[in-house]
Design a protein around this ligand. Sequence first.
Ligand SMILES: Cc1cc2nc3c(=O)[nH]c(=O)nc-3n(C[C@H](O)[C@H](O)[C@H](O)COP(=O)(O)O)c2cc1C
Length: 350
Amino acid sequence: MKDLSNPWEIREEWLPENASRADLLEFLLHYSILAPSSYNTQPWHFRFSRNGVDLLADRSRGLESIDPEDREVIIGCGSALGNLDVAAAHFGFGLQVTLFPDRSEPDLLAHVELGRPVDPDIDVTLMFGAITKRRNNLLEFFENPIPEELLELLAETVQREGVWLRFVSGDATRAAIVGLIEQADRVQWADPGFRRELARWVHPNRKRAVDGVSGAALGMGEFVSRAAPLIVRRVDLGRRRAAHDRDVAWHAPVLAVLGSDGDSESDWIAAGRAVSKVLLRARAEDVWASFLNQPLEIPELRSQIADRMQQPGFPQVIMRLGFGFDVSPSPRRSMKDVLLPPKNFARQVH
Ligand SMILES: Cc1cc2nc3c(=O)[nH]c(=O)nc-3n(C[C@H](O)[C@H](O)[C@H](O)COP(=O)(O)O)c2cc1C
């Protein structure tokens, strides 16, 4: 396996022809780590164990201020699992996933093994092709509408994961959701704890980082971004962020809420798996997405989002979708940074 200084450059041809199942599983993890995560914290660890791989939450990368229960940490891990589902299916295998296989190890979210052979269908092929092309695209999207059939397909894709996707319809509902996004921006930025936490994950646009987000994500140009962590820590940019988010949310061709009937760790994993697939299926049709989750990070506003959507259950992410210009990928940690030492891994097993 080549040493990948840029994990986005992974190519399926790099899998050796005589690869064992163990080699294949290791190879597939390179697609898993391209999944999205809050602030690009990449809060996952992997560990080879028995005949498969464990997925663990790296809670040291959790965001105490906006995500005290690690809900977003686990959605991020779920989306890494979603990418793994897609990559495994592309190479002809279903995944056998056991959630929480050992409750004495609370960070251990899932044990995963390659399961029975499957014939990759066209959706799998398209989603797999989109893994290296997907990005959280923060630019304004074009006005072109997204075809109804694609929206239906996305809702079905999500439903298969046991969660739901609802599109915001009507100006009154959209105005209410957008209002809650703006309100959340103002509340969060007014909190020095929020700014301090964000400042730890923001870096200058040109910095060679392996995680976190660049100042550009907050609308900073190259020069200003050099002081991004300091600015974020010291200055309440809430009004500016609110105005920006109001614009992009209001004009997005599609604003959608993905949620679940329950709000347990397994619901968060299911939501994450669905997030991965909805983003990949959309991207396969040239549709970009980004998240506007801030109201879901404030309990009172989260319940108002649920009320407005008139959908029983728990909203997990808010996203906007649309066509637009391409953006550069965000950095990733390398495999060696996310792999823990193996636990009784039987490498010889086929
Ligand atoms: C659970 C979750 C919550 C997120 N919340 C937001 C958000 O509120 N605003 C935003 O711009 N991006 C959000 N993101 C997207 C991340 O910032 C993005 O995935 C990360 O920076 C990595 O970039 P990439 O998706 O382009 O690889 C979220 C992602 C996840 C998985």
